[in-house]
Design a binder for this molecule. Sequence first.
Ligand code: SF4
Length: 137
Amino acid sequence: MDNAGKCSCEPSEVLFFPCSGGSNCGQIAHHAAVELHNAGRGKLFCLAGIGGHVKGLIESAKAAKVLVAIDGCPAVCAKKTLEHAHLPPQIHVIVTELGIEKKSGHLDFSEEELNLCRGRLEDELERQVEFIPTPTG
Ligand code: SF4
């Protein structure tokens, strides 16, 4: 990252903001975002930079078409962080609302749980995104 607050995150049509919390559900949120990033469905972005009011990252997020908050539980930390920066998400998924029980301090999860979260996000993207970037390379 340079002094202007730029990092490998660049403006994109779709940005993913998982809470990446210290629980199974927070990690499901994180890994679902990683999988969608790797599939070319959008970009994993720097939620901490938004919370830290890093100017370059805020500007990049403002330039995006769809902001996706992925929270592990009803505390909705990712959504609150975006809203605090006046960046309300167009898509919001809460992992515990998918029927997955939160276990604080436990970071493990099953492939089935991850697929459930990823599938919900893909459904939401299909509903709300007119244009989804295609994978590059
Ligand atoms: S939304 Fe829940 S799991 Fe995610 S960081 Fe907040 S408290 Fe932790």
